[in-house]
Design a protein around this ligand. Structure first.
Ligand code: FAD
Length: 941
């Protein structure tokens, strides 16, 4: 079928036809109606005219240009002009298409078309290509008028049978164009004889407009001359593979290109055979670079099913759209994709995407929990073996961010495995391994996937257990070792210990006791289990399943486990010969903050992972709504995205995903910089513990997780609901992503505590009042958005600060003072995080190039912020920051922003979609029912 071109398809084959078509006026309509193409056309034709003037024996200045751009000429044209014009049309089309972003992955070339194909493939430049055409013209000049070719709609076999009926003639089968279309080649007298005697009216012979016989074995002298004429041209290496219909295969780097091109003079072409060699699939689109659709028709007849597109056979409006509007869209896709990639290079993302496309990393369907956990560990070990070296030791921290994106999209359980293995365990060892050779060895085992990491911090008995670990590591002065003990069930550790016969290495947090005195919470590393089960003194429970993201979470305890001194990740602390404990940090609070260094890595990974998952959910749901039509009585046959409820919900989700992605990217940058320079390690531990240590470790990174997780949970739920049955099916992935968002409400630190903590830190600092919002400012004004968000945050914080100051003076204790305001404190923490996120999105949007990309970025950010203001409208009105008219205007603007985004839904899906990585059937743009059916096994009665 002839197809509409999707500019973003990566799988194009450019097809270059041979000669025989009429080039007169081929570019006239394009030149007249699409003025944006004129500069490029003028430039290319000027090059060809110059070469023709230099290399044709009888040049006609300007004639090639006139032939292509006007309708003033007709066949036959002076010698060589038709060939130069056909070549010109092909290279013009090639350049215009590539400038729109339509780039071939393969090229197929028929006969003469190989010259333009070589330009397309990077072997020749345009001037060299024109010289090659002149070389061909010169070689054939003595043959002009002595032969030609005829087209017949017969198979190769029947065409040969026809020729066999005229043994006295020298006619040959020159080309097989399709299963029932061939070209006969020969001298004029023989062709005339055949025409005169041919009596099969069902298969008439049609002359091809060419002045000599091509693919004609007697032309050995033409071939020799052509080979000689081509010698001054030096081919460059192929940038894109070219398949030749004369060779029936692709060119290889070691091929003698001049010699092989010359073969076409005497040897036949075979398009169906060559097409069969191409590695194409049902998504491949063949683009016909001829002056009509002749080659596309042959391709469709030869290959089933083949999608083809012949630009010069399209209505001019559709071609105009492709060449003018689509490039703008393409630029926007590239810019928005780059924004979403954040601090990670596109190539690194591509490398990770490829790695995660390995089926060995994908979960299997219908496994029991237990089998699933084991398989997750196998996949984790496989992944650790595949990862690029630069990721080890966090030498190139951006690699970990790229991995987080693709692991999250691939499978939340595997993502969780990576978080524990790399973010927590390797992260802790890296931070504290200085002067600690065995820690470095353990780390290498984790990096090689030989051991599996367990991070045992949380204890089940008390809330905020990390504030005061009850597991004890008692220093034994006689042996200078430690004895690890779980004093009671309340001190049981919660971690991934449910499978107890794998090689697991624990990073276990315990209170160090020296001479009976608690000295602070430190990390210890110890082997927990191997293939034979738990190590002596270690107990590991069966898995206590968490359905949302299955991993073998369970409980662990320690019964007098003796640890060498070296197991203590002491980070500069010491116990001297007289058993005196020293910690250069000077306080157990600071020690706690420093020991809990690694969650920082988790927050960066989770921010990046969840924001990618949010983009994936929104674009999956948009893809589905965009192609799905309704049979409801109102709007029967209409696409779901036309309905306002659906549109507002789904673009609202995309807007949230966009803002969270910008925020997570900024946080990832912060993490990358800190990790690369080790600055984050040295600064950690300088803050104070407020409620919990999270804000002191890294407020921004902790807040990124605290904002992304609830946003992702709400978003995944909304997207699932907006997709009906398709949303409910596990294989469409919403349930997985929703589960992932759910667990990160607590995993890596409770989000509510993070918000409370952040607000408490801010309240303890001097608050400065932001510039109040201008009530007359436009709703699309980024300054207005920032002023509103900042004022909300400031007034909430100020409210609490005033309350605290007042009530402290009245002698209330901390619990009384703070507890009365806790709802406002949590809200203030969230308002602060929201302001950071909005600032990130505004900053990222301001870096987008002007044009569609910037408009879309601003619309997404605007939709998010106005929805945020809408949600808090009652508060803004009560504070005198919004009047009723403005409140009503919000609704209208939210509608119009989502209406605008709906006009660019394809661009947005393309820019932010992760269709293939999700493996969701719903990601299929056109064939969802087929894709879904293919993913299931069938019992057929
Ligand atoms: C899937 C998953 C995986 C995990 N993996 C690990 C792991 O590998 N290793 C590990 O060590 N831990 C792990 N955890 C534990 C995680 O770190 C804790 O769940 C988290 O720190 C919260 O602690 P908690 O569960 O004891 O909740 P609690 O601290 O009991 O909190 C319960 C609720 O009370 C509220 N609350 C508590 N204290 C206060 C207060 N002072 N003021 C106001 N509200 C308060 C909290 O906001 C929360 O809503 C994991 C958790 C989950 C869910």
């Amino acid at each position: 079928m002839s197809t509409q071109l999707n500019i973003y398809s990566q799988n194009y084959v450019f097809a270059f036809p041979g000669q025989g078509s009429d080039p007169c006026g081929a570019l006239a309509e394009l030149y007249q109606h699409v003025p944006e193409t004129r500069d490029r056309i003028d430039t290319i034709l000027a090059i060809i005219e110059t070469e023709a003037a230099a290399h044709e024996p009888d040049p006609h200045p300007g004639l090639i240009t006139q032939v292509l751009l006007t309708r003033d000429h007709a066949l036959p044209l002076p010698s060589g002009v038709a060939q130069l014009a056909l070549y010109g049309a092909a290279v013009v089309l090639n350049q215009l298409l590539q400038a729109t972003g339509i780039v071939p992955s393969l090229i197929v070339a028929q006969s003469f078309g190989e010259i333009a194909a070589r330009v397309c493939g990077g072997v020749l430049d345009i001037a060299q290509g024109a010289r090659a055409v002149c070389a061909l013209n010169a070689a054939y000049r003595s043959e002009e008028g002595r032969g030609s070719m005829l087209l017949v709609n017969l198979s190769a076999q029947d065409t040969q049978a026809l020729l066999d009926r005229y043994p006295e003639s020298n006619l040959v089968l020159g080309s097989v164009n399709a299963p029932a279309q061939c070209i006969i080649s020969g001298e004029t007298a023989d062709l005339e004889h055949l025409l005169a005697h041919h009596d099969d009216s069902a298969h008439p012979l049609r002359p091809v407009s060419i002045a000599y016989a091509s693919h004609y074995p007697p032309h050995t002298e033409v071939a020799r001359q052509l080979h000689k004429n081509l010698q001054p041209l030096t081919p460059k290496p192929f940038k894109t593979p070219i398949y030749s219909t004369v060779l029936g295969r692709r060119y290889e780097p070691e091929d003698d290109l001049h010699h092989l091109f010359t073969l076409g003079v005497t040897q036949p072409t075979n398009l169906p055979h060559t097409l069969a060699q191409l590695p194409t699939d049902k998504h491949t689109v063949f683009i016909d670079l001829g002056v009509n659709s002749g080659l596309s028709v042959c391709i469709r007849k030869s290959l089933h099913p083949a999608q083809t597109y012949a630009p010069l056979a399209q209505p001019i409006e559709s071609l105009r759209h492709l060449l003018v509007n689509a490039p703008e869209a393409h630029k926007a896709v590239v810019a928005l994709r780059q924004l979403a990639n954040g601090p990670v290079d596109a190539e690194v993302h591509a490398q990770m995407a490829k790695m995660f496309s390995d089926p060995e990393l994908h979960p299997r369907a219908n496994q029991s929990f237990h089998e699933g956990h084991r398989h997750t560990y196998q996949r984790l070990q496989h992944l650790m073996r595949q990862l690029p070296d630069g990721i080890h030791g966090f030498a190139q921290p951006q690699l970990l961010m790229a991995e987080a994106t693709h692991a999250a999209l691939n499978d939340p359980s595997l993502f969780m495995g990576c978080v524990i293995q790399q973010g927590l365990c390797i992260g802790t060892l890296l931070a504290f391994e200085q002067d600690h050779p065995s820690a470095t060895q353990w780390r290498r085992k984790l990096e090689a996937g030989e051991s599996l990491g367990v991070y045992a911090l949380t204890e089940i008995g008390r809330s905020n257990s990390h504030m005061g670990a009850c597991v004890e590591a008692v220093f034994d002065a006689d042996t200078r070792t430690f004895v690890l003990n779980t004093p009671n069930k309340a001190a049981l550790k919660f971690a991934n210990v449910g499978i107890s016969n794998l090689d697991k290495l624990g990073v276990v947090f315990a209170q160090v006791i020296v001479q009976g005195q608690p000295c602070g919470v430190f990390a210890f590393m110890l082997p927990l289990s191997d293939a034979n089960g738990p190590r002596p003194g270690v107990s590991m429970s069966s898995p206590a399943e968490i359905r949302a993201v299955p991993l073998d979470y369970g409980l662990a305890s320690f019964d007098n486990v003796r640890l060498p001194f070296d197991a203590w990740l002491r980070d500069g602390a010491s116990i001297d010969a007289s058993n005196q404990f020293h910690d250069p940090l000077g306080s157990t609070d600071r020690r706690l903050i420093r020991s809990l260094f690694a969650p920082k890595n988790v927050w960066a990974m989770v921010g990046v992972g969840l924001s990618s998952v949010m983009l994936a959910c929104s674009t999956l749901a948009l893809t589905h709504a965009n192609r799905r039509t309704t049979q409801a009585r109102i709007g029967n046959g209409t696409g779901l995205l036309a309905f306002r409820t659906q549109r507002r919900a789904l673009f609202g989700c995309l807007a949230t995903a966009y803002v969270m992605k910008c925020f997570a990217n900024d946080s990832a940058r912060l993490w990358i910089e800190g990790t690369a320079s080790q600055a984050s390690l040295h600064t950690t531990g300088t803050g104070d513990v407020t409620w919990t240590p999270w804000a002191a470790i890294s407020q921004t990174l902790a807040l990124t997780k605290a904002l992304c997780a609830p946003a992702a949970e709400a978003l995944a739920t909304e997207c699932r609901l907006r997709c009906g049955v398709a949303g409910a099916l596990n294989l469409n992935r919403f349930a997985d992503y929703e589960g992932m968002a759910k667990i990160y409400q607590d995993a890596g630190g409770n989000n509510r505590m993070i918000l409370l903590d952040a607000a408490k830190v801010l309240i303890g600092q001097p608050l400065s009042e932001p510039t109040p919002p201008d009530p007359q400012a436009g709703l699309d004004d980024a300054g207005y958005w920032q002023a509103m968000a900042h004022t909300l945050e400031y007034r909430l914080l100020k409210h609490v600060a005033d309350h605290i100051a007042r009530h402290r003076g009245e002698g209330e204790d901390d619990m009384q003072v703070w507890n009365a305001q806790l709802m406002v404190v949590a809200r203030a923490g969230e308002a602060y995080a929201q302001r950071l996120a909005i600032d990130s999105a505004i900053r990222a949007g301001s870096l987008l190039p002007h044009g569609l990309a910037r408009e879309l970025g601003n619309a997404l950010c605007g939709l998010y912020v106005l929805e945020y203001l809408n949600k808090h409208a009652a508060w803004f009105i009560s504070e005198g920051l919004m009047d009723i008219a403005r409140y009503r205007a919000l609704e209208a603007r939210l509608d119009s922003l989502s209406d605008f985004l709906a006009t660019q839904v394809d661009v947005l899906i393309q820019a932010f979609g992760h269709g293939a990585a999700t493996r969701a059937a719903i990601a299929q743009t056109d064939h969802y029912p087929d894709a879904l059916a293919d993913k299931l096994q069938w019992a057929v009665g």
